[in-house]
Design a protein around this ligand. Structure first.
Ligand SMILES: [Zn+2]
Length: 280
């Protein structure tokens, strides 16, 4: 059985035994969405998803992280959560708080920090094994709610998530027929970005990788800020939006109804201008 079929079976069996997952998957089918457009070319989709409140409001400072039990470590995961091994290093799990259809979390077995390091090749291998999926990575200061435990995420492809550069924010695209070539070019970009952020453990970024027409495609969203000022504003000015890879691609997740209702194009532009790093 190929990996995509194994994952379909995993969802079927996990949904019968795990109410939280089943309820949130059902809720995802009824989730409210709306679209904002700029001319004919640019679109942002908003998704009102209350189940994401924990992730969006996660405290990711070092002290808070040290005080909580890591939810990606095997010993702390719920007994009901089963997975599929990948490369003897990763475990493919159903994400119980889905944003996408077949939303997966793919942690390493080992509790090691969220740093892409030499793992882009694993990301490309996942994309190759899961041709109907996008694989995504949130840097430790760019939306990862477990910056202390390395993980990818994945979900079924939608057009908006495969969107490259547009006028709202930067996106560097690598496209190659060869995995090793895509990997090498990724590290060229990585080193270039690193030269702009020498004090960071790794350049701030989100990554989306997928296969299309037998090509390996990597979208890199360079970042300069974790969360927009509106995140920690008070009262009506607050927008509880903590951008990760999907938001950077064009799919904003709003866990609160009031944010979903009020957010407008100017605020989207403003958020992108705060968190996206312009590349010259
Ligand atoms: Zn862990």
């Amino acid at each position: 059985m190929n990996l995509q079929n194994e994952i379909e079976h995993l969802f079927i069996s996990q949904r019968t035994e795990w109410d939280l997952l089943n309820d949130n998957c059902k809720q995802l089918n009824n989730v409210e969405v709306k679209s904002l457009t700029w001319g004919n070319d640019i679109e942002v989709i908003l998704q009102y998803n209350p189940s994401r409140i924990t992730s969006a409001s996660a405290k990711v400072d070092t002290e808070s992280i040290q005080q909580r039990k890591c939810f990606l470590c095997d010993k702390n995961r719920p007994n009901v959560q089963k997975g599929i091994p990948f490369f003897d290093k990763y475990i493919i799990l159903c994400n119980p708080y889905p944003i996408l259809q077949n939303h997966l979390t793919i942690p390493l077995y080992s509790h090691v920090p969220q740093l892409i390091g030499n793992k882009i090749i694993d990301m490309l291998a996942l994309a190759e094994s899961l041709p109907d999926y996008i694989i995504f990575y949130n840097g430790p200061k760019c939306g990862a709610s477990a910056p202390d435990h390395f993980h990818f995420q994945a979900g079924l492809k939608t057009n908006i998530l495969m969107t490259g550069e547009n006028d709202l924010r930067s996106c560097l695209t690598i496209e190659s027929n060869l995995k090793a070539d895509a990997e090498e070019r990724f590290y060229d970009v990585y080193n270039y970005l690193k030269s702009h952020q020498v004090h960071e453990d790794e350049p701030m970024m989100n990554i989306i990788a997928f296969m299309e027409n037998n090509k390996y495609i990597i979208h890199i969203f360079p970042r300069k800020q974790h969360r927009p000022w509106q995140y920690s504003a008070n009262g009506k000015k607050q927008l509880l939006i903590s951008p990760g890879a999907l938001d950077m691609a064009g799919m904003f997740i709003t866990p609160r109804k009031e944010d979903f209702d009020k957010i407008n194009r100017e605020e989207i532009e403003d958020i992108y201008s705060q968190v996206s790093m312009a590349i010259i």
